[in-house]
Design a protein around this ligand. Structure first.
Ligand code: GTP
Length: 346
């Protein structure tokens, strides 16, 4: 079965990190999230992947190429204009088979996919939505289902006591090609707002099945920070490409830690990172590959992507830096989210 990854959105809520960078390529535990998705699909036995791209597509294509480095085959469906979450699926139709998986590429999960696919085979659904349960459903479209799993309706942002369930769309679907008849071509179409209601009304073929395990939509900077706390706390058990040198201190290959450096766990330090003497790193800090941290730097609760330079005596607290940023000596930053774009550096 092929998997279609929706990876073309603008990621406006994660700006400026996503200004020229696709949201699904945001580093998560020092790797683009999309790479974790590809590895997960491979583990699940899915080796045929189509990526639906629009915003900064070359970043994704250059990184993954034909997928052979990961033992998968990747094709690309490129949109000329934004087509939305259903329009992007319709646009990829020529590359898809009779039945396929669709995943929002910015959803953080590593759920087993086979039970969802099996359920879809047995239920006779046109589309099966993977569902997740949230504590407070009042910000979401909440699912009302029959015993069989068939979805009767979505209740948009219900008051807590009026919510028919705590189940919401997890952004993972199994679809039959026939469902694409319900998506008009060559225009922007939202799967949540247009296609699902139409499928309920006209086909009765929309089903849902609860997925287990961790689930997070990483679409805002707050959630992106939470995600990293969850990784470092092991609430979300993600395979990190660094050795755990001490309790909750992961350090990548060829990192050089200067004398007198204090690392306060949990901390993830990437490969080839250099940290100058008497710096204090952590807690809840992730430093990307090839970063250079000067002497006497303090860096807490922050996430730095690859190749950043933080000069001597600088202090960072609760910051997120995109790739290749430089912070001058003795600068102090608190809660800054920055990227290398005009106006992005504050
Ligand atoms: P915001 O602008 O912050 O809402 O982010 P977004 O539009 O990038 O993401 P959203 O959560 O709305 O979309 C869910 C998933 O669908 C993400 O992985 C997006 O990359 C993807 N997506 C959204 N719109 C499109 C689109 O028009 N084309 C393609 N190919 N993917 C899309």
């Amino acid at each position: 079965m092929k998997a279609l990854l929706l990876a073309g959105g603008l990621g406006t809520r994660l700006r400026p990190l996503t200004e020229r960078w696709p949201k699904p390529m945001a580093l998560v535990g020092n790797r683009p999230w999309l790479e974790h998705v590809v590895l997960h699909l491979k583990e699940e036995g899915i080796e045929e992947i189509v990526m639906a791209v629009k915003h900064a597509p070359e970043t994704i294509r250059q990184y993954f190429g034909d997928g052979s480095r990961w033992g998968v085959n990747i094709q690309y469906a490129i949109e000329e204009s934004l087509l939305g979450t259903a329009g992007a699926i319709k646009n990829a139709e020529p590359l898809l088979g009779d039945r396929f998986l669709v995943l929002n590429a910015d959803i953080i999960q590593r759920t087993p996919l086979v039970p969802l696919i099996d359920f879809h085979h047995k239920s006779g659904a046109l589309v099966t939505i993977g569902l997740t349960e949230v504590e407070d459903p009042s910000h979401y479209g909440v699912v009302e289902q029959a015993e069989s799993g068939r979805i009767a309706r979505f209740v948009e942002k219900p008051a807590l006591h009026e919510a028919p369930s705590r189940r919401i769309n997890a952004g993972i679907y199994v679809m039959d090609k026939e469902a694409l008849r319900y998506i008009p071509p060559k225009r922007e179409v939202s799967i949540e707002r247009e296609t699902f209601p139409l499928l309920i009304e006209q086909s009765g073929g929309l089903y849902g099945r609860l997925l287990g395990g961790y689930w997070l939509d990483m679409g805002t900077t707050d959630r992106y920070r939470k995600l990293h706390r969850d990784i470092l706390d092991r609430t979300f058990p993600l395979q990190l490409h660094a050795a755990e040198r001490d309790q909750s201190i992961w350090i990548g290959e060829d990192a050089e830690i200067g004398s007198g450096v204090l690392i306060v766990p949990p901390v993830l330090i990437g490969s080839r990172v250099r940290i100058g003497e008497r710096s204090v790193i952590g807690p809840y800090t992730v430093i990307g590959d090839d970063c250079e941290i000067g002497a006497q730097v303090r860096c807490a609760e922050s996430i730095l992507w690859d190749r950043c330079k933080v000069r001597m005596g600088a202090q960072l607290n609760h910051c997120i830096f995109g790739h290749d940023l430089e912070l001058g000596p003795h600068h102090r930053l608190h809660e800054a989210v920055m990227n290398r774009v005009p106006g992005g550096i504050s």
